[in-house]
Ligand binder design. Sequence first.
Ligand code: HAX
Length: 432
Amino acid sequence: MTLKRKLETKIDPMRDRIKTLVKKHGDKSISDVKIKQVLGGIRGVNCLICDTSNLDPYEGIRFRGYNIPELCKKLPKAPGGKQPLPEGLFYLLLIGELPSKNDVKEITEEWQQRSKLPDYLVKIMDSLPTDMHPMTQFSTGILALQKDSIFSKKYRKGISKYDLWDPMYEDIMDLLAKLPSIASFIYQKTFKNNKHIKPDPQLDWGGNFAHMMGVENPEYKELMRLYLVIHSDHEGGNVSAHTSKLVGSSLSDAYYSLSAGINGLAGPLHGLANQAVIRWILNVKEKLGGGVPTKEQLKKFLWDTLNGGRVVPGYGHAVLRKTDPRYIAQREFALEHLPNDEIFQIVSLLYEVTPDILKEHGKAKNPWPNVDAHSGCLQVHYGVTEYDFYTVLFGVSRAMGILTQLVWARAIGLPIERPNSVTTDWLLEQVK
Ligand code: HAX
Protein backbone atom coordinates (compact mmCIF):
# COMPACT_ATOMS: atom_id res chain seq x y z
CA MET A 1 0.00 0.00 0.00
CA THR A 2 1.36 3.47 -0.80
CA LEU A 3 1.90 5.99 2.00
CA LYS A 4 -1.03 8.03 0.74
CA ARG A 5 -3.39 5.03 0.89
CA LYS A 6 -2.12 4.16 4.39
CA LEU A 7 -2.86 7.72 5.42
CA GLU A 8 -6.34 7.48 3.91
CA THR A 9 -7.17 4.43 6.04
CA LYS A 10 -6.38 6.44 9.19
CA ILE A 11 -8.63 9.38 8.34
CA ASP A 12 -12.14 7.99 8.93
CA PRO A 13 -11.35 6.58 12.40
CA MET A 14 -9.84 9.94 13.36
CA ARG A 15 -12.88 11.82 12.05
CA ASP A 16 -15.10 9.53 14.16
CA ARG A 17 -12.94 10.17 17.20
CA ILE A 18 -13.26 13.95 16.76
CA LYS A 19 -17.01 13.73 16.11
CA THR A 20 -17.52 11.68 19.30
CA LEU A 21 -15.38 14.03 21.36
CA VAL A 22 -17.41 17.05 20.25
CA LYS A 23 -20.81 15.30 20.43
CA LYS A 24 -20.41 13.53 23.77
CA HIS A 25 -17.97 15.79 25.62
CA GLY A 26 -18.03 19.09 23.76
CA ASP A 27 -19.15 21.09 26.82
CA LYS A 28 -16.55 19.70 29.23
CA SER A 29 -14.06 22.36 30.34
CA ILE A 30 -10.34 21.52 30.08
CA SER A 31 -8.67 24.88 30.67
CA ASP A 32 -9.41 27.94 32.71
CA VAL A 33 -8.07 31.21 31.25
CA LYS A 34 -6.55 33.69 33.67
CA ILE A 35 -5.89 37.36 32.94
CA LYS A 36 -2.15 36.80 33.31
CA GLN A 37 -2.37 34.18 30.54
CA VAL A 38 -4.25 36.56 28.21
CA LEU A 39 -1.50 39.10 28.81
CA GLY A 40 1.25 36.48 28.89
CA GLY A 41 1.35 34.89 25.46
CA ILE A 42 -1.51 32.42 26.17
CA ARG A 43 1.00 30.25 28.06
CA GLY A 44 -0.46 27.07 29.54
CA VAL A 45 -3.93 27.37 27.97
CA ASN A 46 -4.99 24.04 26.42
CA CYS A 47 -6.64 25.24 23.25
CA LEU A 48 -5.00 23.44 20.30
CA ILE A 49 -4.78 19.84 19.23
CA CYS A 50 -1.71 18.21 17.75
CA ASP A 51 -1.26 14.46 17.46
CA THR A 52 2.13 14.40 15.77
CA SER A 53 4.09 15.20 18.92
CA ASN A 54 3.60 16.11 22.54
CA LEU A 55 5.78 18.16 24.89
CA ASP A 56 6.10 17.39 28.58
CA PRO A 57 7.80 20.18 30.58
CA TYR A 58 10.05 17.69 32.42
CA GLU A 59 10.46 14.86 29.96
CA GLY A 60 10.64 16.89 26.75
CA ILE A 61 9.40 15.93 23.33
CA ARG A 62 7.76 12.67 22.26
CA PHE A 63 7.07 12.17 18.58
CA ARG A 64 3.91 10.06 18.28
CA GLY A 65 4.75 8.66 21.72
CA TYR A 66 8.46 7.99 21.13
CA ASN A 67 11.24 9.99 22.79
CA ILE A 68 14.52 10.77 21.01
CA PRO A 69 16.59 7.81 22.35
CA GLU A 70 13.76 5.45 21.34
CA LEU A 71 13.62 6.96 17.87
CA CYS A 72 17.37 6.64 17.50
CA LYS A 73 16.97 2.90 18.13
CA LYS A 74 13.78 2.22 16.21
CA LEU A 75 13.95 4.30 13.02
CA PRO A 76 15.78 2.88 9.97
CA LYS A 77 19.33 4.11 9.34
CA ALA A 78 21.38 4.81 6.23
CA PRO A 79 23.67 1.90 5.22
CA GLY A 80 26.52 1.82 7.76
CA GLY A 81 24.99 4.73 9.68
CA LYS A 82 23.86 5.05 13.28
CA GLN A 83 21.52 8.04 13.08
CA PRO A 84 17.80 7.79 12.30
CA LEU A 85 16.67 8.74 8.80
CA PRO A 86 14.37 11.79 8.70
CA GLU A 87 12.17 10.08 6.09
CA GLY A 88 11.32 7.53 8.81
CA LEU A 89 10.40 10.28 11.23
CA PHE A 90 8.18 11.85 8.56
CA TYR A 91 6.40 8.52 8.08
CA LEU A 92 5.88 8.23 11.84
CA LEU A 93 4.60 11.80 12.17
CA LEU A 94 2.22 11.36 9.27
CA ILE A 95 0.60 8.03 10.06
CA GLY A 96 1.65 7.25 13.62
CA GLU A 97 3.43 3.97 12.82
CA LEU A 98 7.09 3.02 12.76
CA PRO A 99 8.26 2.50 9.18
CA SER A 100 10.12 -0.46 7.73
CA LYS A 101 13.36 0.07 5.78
CA ASN A 102 11.32 -0.30 2.61
CA ASP A 103 8.76 2.33 3.66
CA VAL A 104 11.62 4.75 4.16
CA LYS A 105 13.22 3.84 0.85
CA GLU A 106 9.94 4.59 -0.94
CA ILE A 107 9.79 8.07 0.60
CA THR A 108 13.41 8.76 -0.33
CA GLU A 109 12.67 7.75 -3.92
CA GLU A 110 9.45 9.72 -4.10
CA TRP A 111 11.12 12.87 -2.76
CA GLN A 112 13.97 12.43 -5.23
CA GLN A 113 11.48 12.28 -8.09
CA ARG A 114 9.74 15.45 -6.92
CA SER A 115 12.89 17.39 -6.01
CA LYS A 116 13.72 19.33 -9.19
CA LEU A 117 13.32 23.09 -8.80
CA PRO A 118 11.30 24.68 -11.63
CA ASP A 119 13.15 27.17 -13.84
CA TYR A 120 10.99 30.11 -12.75
CA LEU A 121 11.96 29.46 -9.12
CA VAL A 122 15.67 29.28 -9.93
CA LYS A 123 15.37 32.64 -11.72
CA ILE A 124 13.58 34.22 -8.76
CA MET A 125 16.09 32.80 -6.27
CA ASP A 126 18.98 33.93 -8.46
CA SER A 127 17.63 37.47 -8.55
CA LEU A 128 17.56 37.84 -4.76
CA PRO A 129 20.41 39.95 -3.35
CA THR A 130 23.11 37.92 -1.57
CA ASP A 131 22.93 40.26 1.40
CA MET A 132 19.27 39.33 1.91
CA HIS A 133 19.03 37.18 5.05
CA PRO A 134 18.95 33.45 4.17
CA MET A 135 15.64 33.08 6.05
CA THR A 136 14.07 35.81 3.89
CA GLN A 137 15.35 34.01 0.79
CA PHE A 138 14.02 30.71 2.13
CA SER A 139 10.56 32.07 2.87
CA THR A 140 10.49 33.81 -0.54
CA GLY A 141 11.45 30.58 -2.32
CA ILE A 142 8.71 28.62 -0.57
CA LEU A 143 6.13 31.30 -1.28
CA ALA A 144 7.12 31.59 -4.95
CA LEU A 145 6.47 27.86 -5.40
CA GLN A 146 2.84 28.52 -4.47
CA LYS A 147 2.25 29.00 -8.19
CA ASP A 148 2.32 25.19 -8.46
CA SER A 149 0.00 24.42 -5.54
CA ILE A 150 -2.25 21.50 -6.43
CA PHE A 151 -4.44 22.30 -3.43
CA SER A 152 -5.17 25.82 -4.71
CA LYS A 153 -5.85 24.60 -8.26
CA LYS A 154 -8.24 21.91 -7.03
CA TYR A 155 -9.97 24.34 -4.69
CA ARG A 156 -10.52 26.80 -7.49
CA LYS A 157 -12.09 24.08 -9.66
CA GLY A 158 -14.31 22.95 -6.79
CA ILE A 159 -13.49 20.11 -4.41
CA SER A 160 -15.39 18.57 -1.50
CA LYS A 161 -14.04 19.64 1.89
CA TYR A 162 -13.75 15.93 2.75
CA ASP A 163 -11.17 15.48 0.00
CA LEU A 164 -8.96 18.49 0.76
CA TRP A 165 -6.36 16.40 2.56
CA ASP A 166 -5.48 14.70 -0.74
CA PRO A 167 -4.15 17.76 -2.66
CA MET A 168 -2.64 18.97 0.63
CA TYR A 169 -0.70 15.70 0.78
CA GLU A 170 0.50 16.22 -2.81
CA ASP A 171 1.66 19.75 -1.99
CA ILE A 172 3.53 18.77 1.15
CA MET A 173 5.32 15.93 -0.63
CA ASP A 174 6.40 18.36 -3.36
CA LEU A 175 7.51 20.90 -0.80
CA LEU A 176 9.48 18.50 1.38
CA ALA A 177 11.16 17.07 -1.70
CA LYS A 178 12.30 20.54 -2.80
CA LEU A 179 13.24 22.17 0.52
CA PRO A 180 16.82 20.79 0.72
CA SER A 181 17.40 21.95 -2.88
CA ILE A 182 16.05 25.44 -2.10
CA ALA A 183 18.11 25.63 1.09
CA SER A 184 21.35 24.46 -0.49
CA PHE A 185 20.73 26.79 -3.45
CA ILE A 186 20.60 29.68 -0.96
CA TYR A 187 23.74 28.41 0.80
CA GLN A 188 25.74 28.07 -2.42
CA LYS A 189 24.54 31.35 -3.83
CA THR A 190 24.99 33.41 -0.69
CA PHE A 191 28.21 31.96 0.65
CA LYS A 192 29.91 29.74 -1.95
CA ASN A 193 30.12 31.65 -5.26
CA ASN A 194 26.93 30.14 -6.70
CA LYS A 195 28.54 26.73 -7.23
CA HIS A 196 25.45 24.51 -7.30
CA ILE A 197 25.84 20.77 -6.72
CA LYS A 198 23.51 18.23 -8.33
CA PRO A 199 21.69 15.78 -6.00
CA ASP A 200 23.12 12.27 -5.75
CA PRO A 201 20.40 9.69 -6.54
CA GLN A 202 22.15 7.16 -4.25
CA LEU A 203 21.69 9.33 -1.18
CA ASP A 204 18.84 9.76 1.28
CA TRP A 205 17.10 13.12 1.92
CA GLY A 206 19.42 14.29 4.73
CA GLY A 207 22.59 12.87 3.17
CA ASN A 208 21.73 14.62 -0.08
CA PHE A 209 21.15 17.91 1.67
CA ALA A 210 24.65 17.71 3.17
CA HIS A 211 26.02 16.74 -0.26
CA MET A 212 24.32 19.67 -2.01
CA MET A 213 25.71 22.02 0.64
CA GLY A 214 29.12 20.74 -0.42
CA VAL A 215 30.06 19.02 2.86
CA GLU A 216 31.13 15.51 1.91
CA ASN A 217 32.29 14.33 5.33
CA PRO A 218 30.19 11.18 6.11
CA GLU A 219 29.99 12.30 9.76
CA TYR A 220 28.28 15.52 8.66
CA LYS A 221 25.72 13.48 6.70
CA GLU A 222 25.00 11.57 9.92
CA LEU A 223 24.75 14.82 11.85
CA MET A 224 22.34 16.19 9.26
CA ARG A 225 20.08 13.12 9.64
CA LEU A 226 19.99 13.51 13.42
CA TYR A 227 19.51 17.27 13.14
CA LEU A 228 16.60 16.92 10.72
CA VAL A 229 14.91 14.38 13.00
CA ILE A 230 15.19 16.25 16.29
CA HIS A 231 14.18 19.72 15.02
CA SER A 232 11.13 18.47 13.13
CA ASP A 233 8.22 18.94 15.50
CA HIS A 234 7.57 20.44 18.93
CA GLU A 235 3.79 20.01 19.32
CA GLY A 236 1.32 22.58 18.02
CA GLY A 237 1.75 25.75 20.06
CA ASN A 238 5.26 26.93 19.08
CA VAL A 239 5.33 30.04 16.91
CA SER A 240 6.24 28.35 13.60
CA ALA A 241 3.80 25.43 13.86
CA HIS A 242 0.97 27.53 15.22
CA THR A 243 1.42 30.27 12.63
CA SER A 244 1.30 27.74 9.80
CA LYS A 245 -1.78 26.10 11.28
CA LEU A 246 -3.52 29.45 11.71
CA VAL A 247 -2.81 30.49 8.14
CA GLY A 248 -3.82 27.04 6.87
CA SER A 249 -7.10 27.27 8.76
CA SER A 250 -8.32 29.87 6.24
CA LEU A 251 -7.64 27.19 3.59
CA SER A 252 -4.50 28.89 2.41
CA ASP A 253 -2.38 26.15 0.86
CA ALA A 254 0.80 24.56 2.23
CA TYR A 255 3.10 27.11 0.52
CA TYR A 256 1.40 30.15 2.06
CA SER A 257 1.17 28.40 5.41
CA LEU A 258 4.75 27.13 5.60
CA SER A 259 6.21 30.41 4.38
CA ALA A 260 4.31 32.20 7.18
CA GLY A 261 5.59 29.68 9.76
CA ILE A 262 9.15 30.11 8.51
CA ASN A 263 8.80 33.87 9.06
CA GLY A 264 7.95 33.09 12.68
CA LEU A 265 10.90 30.72 12.99
CA ALA A 266 13.11 33.64 11.88
CA GLY A 267 12.53 35.45 15.19
CA PRO A 268 15.45 35.53 17.67
CA LEU A 269 13.30 34.18 20.51
CA HIS A 270 12.48 31.14 18.33
CA GLY A 271 14.62 29.55 15.60
CA LEU A 272 17.04 32.43 15.07
CA ALA A 273 18.40 31.71 18.55
CA ASN A 274 20.68 29.08 16.98
CA GLN A 275 22.63 31.82 15.16
CA ALA A 276 22.56 34.12 18.19
CA VAL A 277 24.27 31.44 20.30
CA ILE A 278 27.25 31.10 17.97
CA ARG A 279 27.44 34.84 17.46
CA TRP A 280 27.51 35.25 21.27
CA ILE A 281 30.28 32.64 21.66
CA LEU A 282 32.40 34.04 18.82
CA ASN A 283 32.01 37.52 20.26
CA VAL A 284 33.29 36.29 23.65
CA LYS A 285 36.23 34.54 21.97
CA GLU A 286 37.09 37.62 19.94
CA LYS A 287 36.99 39.92 22.96
CA LEU A 288 39.30 37.55 24.83
CA GLY A 289 41.66 37.13 21.91
CA GLY A 290 40.69 33.49 21.10
CA GLY A 291 40.93 30.21 22.99
CA VAL A 292 38.56 28.72 25.54
CA PRO A 293 37.48 31.22 28.20
CA THR A 294 37.57 30.35 31.88
CA LYS A 295 34.34 29.83 33.80
CA GLU A 296 34.90 33.16 35.54
CA GLN A 297 35.25 34.98 32.22
CA LEU A 298 32.09 33.32 30.89
CA LYS A 299 30.19 34.29 34.03
CA LYS A 300 31.17 37.92 33.49
CA PHE A 301 29.99 37.86 29.86
CA LEU A 302 26.71 36.23 30.92
CA TRP A 303 26.10 38.93 33.52
CA ASP A 304 27.01 41.63 30.97
CA THR A 305 24.38 40.19 28.64
CA LEU A 306 21.73 40.04 31.35
CA ASN A 307 22.58 43.47 32.77
CA GLY A 308 22.38 44.86 29.24
CA GLY A 309 18.70 43.84 29.19
CA ARG A 310 19.34 41.02 26.70
CA VAL A 311 18.46 37.33 26.88
CA VAL A 312 21.07 34.58 27.03
CA PRO A 313 20.44 32.84 23.71
CA GLY A 314 19.87 29.09 23.78
CA TYR A 315 18.63 29.08 27.37
CA GLY A 316 15.07 29.08 28.67
CA HIS A 317 11.87 27.76 27.16
CA ALA A 318 8.18 28.59 27.20
CA VAL A 319 7.18 25.01 28.08
CA LEU A 320 10.28 22.98 29.04
CA ARG A 321 11.49 22.99 32.63
CA LYS A 322 14.62 20.88 32.23
CA THR A 323 17.50 20.43 29.81
CA ASP A 324 16.03 19.95 26.35
CA PRO A 325 16.50 16.31 25.23
CA ARG A 326 17.32 17.71 21.78
CA TYR A 327 20.30 19.44 23.45
CA ILE A 328 21.31 16.13 25.05
CA ALA A 329 21.11 14.28 21.72
CA GLN A 330 23.45 16.81 20.13
CA ARG A 331 25.77 16.76 23.14
CA GLU A 332 26.05 12.97 22.84
CA PHE A 333 26.91 13.34 19.16
CA ALA A 334 29.60 15.89 20.05
CA LEU A 335 31.03 13.73 22.83
CA GLU A 336 31.40 10.88 20.36
CA HIS A 337 32.70 12.79 17.33
CA LEU A 338 34.26 16.08 18.46
CA PRO A 339 35.09 15.95 22.17
CA ASN A 340 38.11 18.26 21.79
CA ASP A 341 36.44 20.89 19.63
CA GLU A 342 37.03 24.32 21.14
CA ILE A 343 33.53 25.66 20.61
CA PHE A 344 32.04 22.44 21.99
CA GLN A 345 34.16 22.97 25.09
CA ILE A 346 32.73 26.48 25.46
CA VAL A 347 29.19 25.15 24.95
CA SER A 348 29.90 22.59 27.71
CA LEU A 349 31.31 25.23 30.06
CA LEU A 350 28.24 27.37 29.45
CA TYR A 351 26.10 24.38 30.45
CA GLU A 352 28.01 24.31 33.74
CA VAL A 353 27.74 28.00 34.57
CA THR A 354 24.62 29.46 32.91
CA PRO A 355 21.80 27.71 34.82
CA ASP A 356 23.06 28.99 38.19
CA ILE A 357 23.41 32.51 36.84
CA LEU A 358 19.92 32.49 35.37
CA LYS A 359 18.61 31.17 38.70
CA GLU A 360 20.40 33.97 40.54
CA HIS A 361 19.09 36.49 38.00
CA GLY A 362 15.68 35.21 39.00
CA LYS A 363 13.62 35.80 35.90
CA ALA A 364 13.74 32.85 33.50
CA LYS A 365 11.35 30.09 34.59
CA ASN A 366 13.60 27.57 32.90
CA PRO A 367 17.35 28.09 33.39
CA TRP A 368 18.32 25.08 31.25
CA PRO A 369 19.60 24.96 27.65
CA ASN A 370 17.28 24.41 24.71
CA VAL A 371 17.97 22.86 21.30
CA ASP A 372 19.55 26.03 19.93
CA ALA A 373 22.30 26.17 22.56
CA HIS A 374 24.06 23.27 20.87
CA SER A 375 23.32 23.08 17.17
CA GLY A 376 25.67 25.81 15.92
CA CYS A 377 28.83 24.36 17.42
CA LEU A 378 28.32 21.13 15.46
CA GLN A 379 27.87 23.07 12.23
CA VAL A 380 31.02 25.10 12.82
CA HIS A 381 32.98 21.90 13.47
CA TYR A 382 32.12 20.53 10.02
CA GLY A 383 32.93 23.81 8.29
CA VAL A 384 29.46 25.33 8.02
CA THR A 385 30.54 28.55 9.65
CA GLU A 386 28.01 30.88 8.00
CA TYR A 387 25.75 31.12 11.01
CA ASP A 388 23.12 33.30 9.29
CA PHE A 389 22.23 30.07 7.48
CA TYR A 390 21.56 27.95 10.57
CA THR A 391 17.87 28.79 10.93
CA VAL A 392 17.30 27.63 7.34
CA LEU A 393 18.55 24.19 8.41
CA PHE A 394 16.07 24.33 11.28
CA GLY A 395 13.32 25.36 8.83
CA VAL A 396 13.91 22.40 6.51
CA SER A 397 13.47 20.09 9.48
CA ARG A 398 10.55 21.92 11.12
CA ALA A 399 8.68 21.73 7.80
CA MET A 400 8.15 17.99 8.40
CA GLY A 401 6.17 18.65 11.58
CA ILE A 402 4.34 21.70 10.26
CA LEU A 403 3.33 20.05 7.01
CA THR A 404 2.14 16.75 8.54
CA GLN A 405 0.08 18.81 11.00
CA LEU A 406 -1.42 20.66 8.02
CA VAL A 407 -2.46 17.46 6.24
CA TRP A 408 -4.19 16.30 9.39
CA ALA A 409 -5.88 19.66 9.89
CA ARG A 410 -7.48 19.25 6.47
CA ALA A 411 -8.22 15.56 7.02
CA ILE A 412 -10.24 16.24 10.15
CA GLY A 413 -11.64 19.50 8.80
CA LEU A 414 -10.42 21.83 11.55
CA PRO A 415 -12.32 25.11 11.13
CA ILE A 416 -10.94 28.58 10.55
CA GLU A 417 -9.31 29.81 13.78
CA ARG A 418 -11.00 32.80 15.33
CA PRO A 419 -10.37 33.35 19.03
CA ASN A 420 -12.01 36.34 20.70
CA SER A 421 -9.98 39.33 21.71
CA VAL A 422 -10.98 41.60 24.57
CA THR A 423 -10.15 45.18 25.43
CA THR A 424 -8.19 46.23 28.53
CA ASP A 425 -11.34 48.17 29.58
CA TRP A 426 -13.27 44.91 29.47
CA LEU A 427 -10.59 43.15 31.51
CA LEU A 428 -10.71 45.91 34.14
CA GLU A 429 -14.52 45.57 34.19
CA GLN A 430 -14.18 41.89 35.03
CA VAL A 431 -12.04 42.51 38.11
CA LYS A 432 -14.11 45.34 39.60
N1 HAX B 1 17.97 34.96 29.33
C1 HAX B 1 17.54 36.02 30.03
N2 HAX B 1 16.27 36.19 30.42
C2 HAX B 1 15.42 35.21 30.13
C3 HAX B 1 15.80 34.05 29.45
C4 HAX B 1 17.14 33.95 29.04
N3 HAX B 1 17.59 32.90 28.33
N4 HAX B 1 14.72 33.25 29.31
C5 HAX B 1 13.69 33.91 29.88
N5 HAX B 1 14.11 35.09 30.38
C6 HAX B 1 13.32 36.15 30.99
C7 HAX B 1 12.24 36.59 29.99
O1 HAX B 1 12.75 37.52 29.04
C8 HAX B 1 11.22 37.19 30.94
O2 HAX B 1 11.67 38.46 31.31
P1 HAX B 1 10.62 39.65 31.62
O3 HAX B 1 9.83 39.20 32.80
O4 HAX B 1 11.51 40.83 31.90
O5 HAX B 1 9.79 39.82 30.39
C9 HAX B 1 11.31 36.26 32.14
O6 HAX B 1 12.60 35.64 32.07
C10 HAX B 1 10.25 35.18 32.17
O7 HAX B 1 10.30 34.48 30.93
P2 HAX B 1 9.91 32.91 30.87
O8 HAX B 1 8.48 32.80 31.27
O9 HAX B 1 10.90 32.11 31.59
O10 HAX B 1 10.11 32.61 29.32
P3 HAX B 1 9.09 32.84 28.12
O11 HAX B 1 8.18 31.69 28.06
O12 HAX B 1 8.49 34.21 28.18
O13 HAX B 1 10.07 32.85 26.87
C11 HAX B 1 11.91 32.06 25.61
C12 HAX B 1 10.69 31.67 26.44
C13 HAX B 1 12.48 30.84 24.94
C14 HAX B 1 11.47 33.06 24.51
C15 HAX B 1 12.97 32.71 26.56
O14 HAX B 1 13.40 31.74 27.49
C16 HAX B 1 14.16 33.28 25.82
O15 HAX B 1 14.09 34.43 25.36
N6 HAX B 1 15.29 32.48 25.65
C17 HAX B 1 16.43 32.94 24.89
C18 HAX B 1 16.16 32.82 23.40
C19 HAX B 1 16.10 31.37 22.97
O16 HAX B 1 16.97 30.57 23.30
N7 HAX B 1 15.07 31.03 22.19
C20 HAX B 1 14.92 29.67 21.64
C21 HAX B 1 13.88 28.85 22.40
C22 HAX B 1 13.69 27.47 21.82
C23 HAX B 1 13.05 27.57 20.48
O17 HAX B 1 11.92 27.95 20.26
N8 HAX B 1 13.81 27.26 19.49
O18 HAX B 1 13.38 27.48 18.23
